[in-house]
Every structure is written in C-alpha cells, then in structure tokens.
Design a protein around this ligand. Structure first.
Ligand SMILES: [Zn+2]
Length: 352
C-alpha cells in the first residue's frame, strides 16, 4: 500500500465523540459489588500470556477491580453498505482474535444497509475524512440494543474515529483501520505527526488522551520523583507505569528503557510541527501511529483497562470464580482513570 493510501486510510474524527461520551464516565470508585478475580487467575494468566507484560501489577490491579457487569454481553454493530458484507465479517473475525478484545465477552452484529441509509460521505474540507449518517447509526444501534455502532463504507479510502468508528472497504487492512478508529472512540489519540494546520487545529487545547500526554519538560529534574510529582496528573496512564520504570533519564524527562513492552513516558510526534511536546506510553510505533503496526503488549494493557472502564464483561473461563461478589471501595490508582470522554471539549479533532 502506498504511503498516500495509508495516509488516506487512517483518519479519525473526534468531534462527535466529544459530544457523545458523557455516558461512559469512569466507573471506578463506585461502591458496586463486583466479582473478585484473583491475581493468579486464569484471566491474569491469559492476559499476561497474550500481552507479554508478565507479572505487571497494573494488570493484576485491574483484574482485581473488575466490576460486576451490568449486561451479560457487549455488542458491537458493524453497519456496511457493501452488499456482500464480506469485509465486515472479516473485520469482525480479526477484532475478535485481537487481544485484549479476545478476552472480553463481545457480540458482533453485522447489518447490511442500503448506501442511502448509511450515508457514507466525505467531509467538505478534508476529503479523506469519511463520515456516515450518525443519526441513522445511533438510532439503529439503540434499536438493536447494541452498545457501539461502527461502519464500513464501500468506498476507496478514508475513515474516521469519534462516536462511530468508520473505515472504507479499500486501502489496506480494513480491520486495522477500524481498530485504530475504535481506539479513538475509547479515548486514544494519534501518534503520527499532524500537519501544521492539523496541529494548530487539534493540539492547542492540549486535551490529554489515553495515550497522549501534553507535557512541556522543565529540565533538569532534581530526581525522577520530582518529575513524577510534577507531571503524573497529566499522564492518564500514570497508574500503569511501574515504580521501577523511570520517567526520566539523567535529569531529562522521558523513559530511556528500550524494552518494547514497558509502559513509560516516551516522546510522541503528534504536535511537533508547532513545537508542542507530546508523550506516549510505549517506545514502539503503535497502531495509533501507523495502521501497519500491531497493537503491542503495552497498548493491549491500556485498551484492557479502558474496556473494563466501559463495563465490557470479561469472558467466562471454565473453573474461574468470576461471580464472587465483594465490596471494593478502594480508590483508583493515582493518575489512572481520568474519565475518558469527559475531558473538556476542544474543537473538532480530525485525524487520520
Ligand atoms: Zn487516527
């Protein structure tokens, strides 16, 4: 796939997401009875296995704070105007196999609809921004009793994130594009460098994302602890950075650990065109930088937390005690769980 095609494939639109995510506020901190899952449970073993994060206490912590599900399943609907529905089915299969989604009790519904109903169209100003009739998708998703609508448009290129992840049937791995857009819906931001005009439009609000922190370094730092104290509130994944993982190297801000699956604080490129510093959780290029990349272990951990936050139920594993209600009123880990989707609303964010 050409660079241009990749560029065009991956494109996201946060504006609608910003308007509509208030109902997905953070559920941690509520005093609901919830199933307790042991630190050495099948879930944590399974998750550690797939994620490669080993005995990361952050994973165990989220496993042990798993909330009682409000619904037995969580349903995604993929709307498509491709008459065969083939791309949507392939996308469903790939998403189901992708950790951490593979750990959750997900139901997919594929609904083939007339093109006129789905209303795939391009943004008037930015051609690669592929949009749908949000009223139709929202209404129909509710009618189906589903939780999240997505769309695959039978067209040549483009996509968008936001309330409704959208991908086109052509232009590369459709499921990867939809994954990228779905991560936007979950609160992720882009990690590729915005153009100057995009950066001016989307960076200046400095709205933190699940994977993007806006921090202007104040080097030198007296100690790693000093940097942590100064910046932890700006890092939404701070609660998942291990104590032994430094967020400084020498007196400078930024984790130096080269290990691929370490969650830390690494320079991101998003807003560099206008000299605004952004930081990301992993050292490797992620699917939020280029849809050719995989969702690696570090990002699987972040997505896992966000799905738990949304109340998406974990799969039942035979022999696992998942229905053992306990009261856990403990606070969330420091720095983690800033309500995704309830951050202050910036202007429309268009990304690819
Ligand atoms: Zn994007």
């Amino acid at each position: 796939m050409s660079a241009q095609a990749k560029f065009a494939t991956c494109l996201c639109f946060f504006f609608l997401w910003m308007l509509g995510c208030q109902d997905h506020a953070d559920r941690f901190g509520q005093s609901n009875p919830m199933p307790q899952i042991g630190n050495n449970s099948v879930y944590s073993n399974l998750f550690n296995q797939v994620s490669g994060v080993g005995s990361d206490p952050a994973v165990s912590r989220f496993l042990t704070t798993y909330h009682e599900k409000e619904k037995p399943k969580y349903t995604y609907v993929i709307f498509t105007d491709e008459p065969s529905g083939a791309t949507a089915r392939e996308t469903e299969q790939k998403l189901k196999e992708q950790p951490p989604f593979s750990l959750f009790e997900l139901t997919f519904v594929i609904e083939i609809v007339p093109a006129a109903k789905l209303g795939c169209h391009r943004d008037a100003e930015i051609e690669r921004l592929l949009l749908v009739d949000t009223n139709f998708v929202t209404r129909r998703t509710a009618e189906l009793g589903a939780d999240q609508g997505m769309a695959i448009c039978k067209t040549s290129f483009g996509g968008s994130g936001g309330n409704i992840p959208v991908a086109s049937t052509e232009g590369g791995d459709v499921w990867k594009t939809l994954l990228h857009e779905l991560l936007h819906t979950l609160g992720f931001g882009d990690e590729y460098p915005y153009s100057k005009s995009e950066a001016e439009r989307f960076c200046t609000s400095r709205t933190p994302r699940a994977n993007i922190a806006y921090i202007e370094p104040t080097n030198p730092y007296a100690s790693d602890q000093a940097a942590r104290t100064s910046h932890q509130s700006a890092i939404l994944w701070y609660g998942q950075i291990l104590d032994q993982t430094l967020i400084t190297h020498g007196t400078q801000l930024g984790t130096s650990t080269p290990a691929r699956n370490v969650l830390g604080l690494f320079p991101a490129k998003t807003c560099k065109e206008i000299n605004i510093h952004t930081w990301k959780p992993g050292v490797a290029e992620s699917v939020m930088e280029d849809t050719d990349n995989d969702l690696d272990a570090a990002y699987q951990t972040l997505v896992f937390e966000l799905l738990i936050d949304k109340g998406v139920p974990l799969k039942n594993v035979p022999g696992e005690e998942v229905n053992n209600p306990v009261i856990n009123n403990g606070p969330r880990p420091s720095g983690a769980g800033v309500p995704i989707g309830t951050v202050s609303t910036p202007g429309a964010t268009v990304t690819r």
